[in-house]
Ligand binder design. Structure first.
Ligand SMILES: Nc1ncnc2c1ncn2[C@@H]1O[C@H](COP(=O)(O)OP(=O)(O)OP(=O)(O)O)[C@@H](O)[C@H]1O
Length: 354
């Protein structure tokens, strides 16, 4: 099912948790709602599920208005942290739950439920856990069962709120790949909430970047990362160095408030000075996986900044030690015109390089 959200707002008291949001998620899409804590992601997901009613706006599934329809009528499956597995039920009973509570007319037979549950347990690769209780599973296994339970009712929309939030990094990584593959297999329109940009970039077809109850940008991972609509999106999607005042080349400066941004891997370090480079002192060097992060102090402005080199590049230039002098080139610094004060927000990057 496609989902259309038209000018939807939801306030709690006077606080607008979701503020005039419009968004279309095509059928079969895998969309991430990404934003900092309190940006309205969960509220938007709950509005789609029918767990909250909007104060304003309409929510359509396949072009049909579902705004006033109940959760049950929406054919959504959800995995929300507060709806954890039922502790006192076996895994089989947990997955069967949604089918067993159906009204008698539409309830499958015992045999059909049995077959369906085992089909789902096979899908989530946990067939041998049917007789166990949730406490006897790992966190990652529990999340897979929660997903099987959500899928049991054959939803046309799947909603996931930080599905891997409480898991350790390695399990998270495995489940991301697994869920991505599962989505490819089932092709159910899926919306998931995350505050982890890496998770969104890695998994989603479409990323919806939210801030203060509003959408800052909608686009593919490639689009939002490489062509961010504004400084918020740029800063939120990855590590960034921010400069102000004299640290920004004169020709880029719109006014006193202008901020310049550059990602650590876009800073070019060399041992010889270029016209556009600034002398910088190495403060700290550490390796992170296949990259080397170098903390530097710009000697012309005293800014502390972070550069990132591939291990190959580091081998060419390094080894670097604390106190050493290098030249850092900031030609790829960007500024955004939404940083101009007292101006309506516009979503255009206006300068990309010196
Ligand atoms: N039931 C509620 N009553 C009052 N305020 C609420 C309620 N639910 C959410 N809010 C407020 O609405 C805002 C948005 O909350 P929401 O949970 O949607 O954000 P979020 O982006 O999902 O954040 P997080 O990543 O921390 O879960 C927050 O300021 C929150 O305090």
């Amino acid at each position: 099912m496609s989902i259309s959200i038209n000018s939807v707002s939801k306030a709690f008291g006077l606080y607008p948790a979701v503020n005039n949001v419009s968004l279309t998620i095509p059928k079969g899409d895998f969309a991430a709602l990404l934003g900092p804590s309190g940006s309205g992601k969960t509220t938007l997901l709950r509005l789609i599920a029918g767990l909250e009613n909007p104060n304003q706006g309409r929510i359509l599934f396949n072009g049909i208005d579902y705004t006033d329809k109940s959760v049950k009528e929406r054919k959504v499956g959800f995995v929300f942290q507060q709806y954890a597995l039922f502790k006192h039920m076996t895994i089989f009973e947990n997955v069967a739950f949604g089918l067993k509570v159906r009204p008698r007319k539409s309830r499958p037979s015992k045999q059909q439920i049995h077959e369906k549950v085992f089909e789902l347990l096979k899908l989530v690769q946990l067939e041998n856990t049917a007789a166990r209780y949730p406490a006897q599973l790992s966190g990652g296994q529990r999340q897979r069962i929660a997903l099987a339970r959500a899928l049991a009712v054959e939803p046309e929309v799947l909603l996931l709120d930080e599905p891997f939030g409480a898991l350790d990094a390695k399990v998270r990584q495995e489940l991301r790949l697994w869920l991505r593959e599962l989505h490819q297999k089932l092709n159910i329109t899926t919306v998931f909430v995350t505050h982890d940009q890496e998770e969104a970039l890695e998994m989603a077809d479409t990323i919806v970047v939210m801030n203060h109850g509003q959408i800052e940008q909608i686009g593919s991972p490639e689009k939002v990362y490489n062509d961010p609509a504004n400084s918020f999106v740029y800063s939120f999607l990855g590590r960034v160095n921010e400069f102000r005042g004299d640290s920004i080349p004169q020709e880029l400066r719109l006014n006193e408030e202008t901020a310049g941004y550059i990602r650590p891997h876009e800073i070019v370090l060399s041992r010889t000075a270029l016209d556009t480079s600034s002398p910088s002192e190495v403060i700290h060097v550490h390796t992170v996986g296949s990259a080397v992060r170098v903390e530097l102090k710009r000697l012309d402005t005293d800014d502390i900044l972070e550069a990132e080199l591939s291990t190959e590049k580091y081998r060419q230039i390094g080894p670097l030690i604390k106190g050493e002098m290098l030249y850092a080139d900031f030609s790829r610094m960007v500024i955004f015109d939404d940083d101009r004060p007292n101006q309506a927000k516009v979503s255009n990057k206006i300068v990309t390089a010196l």
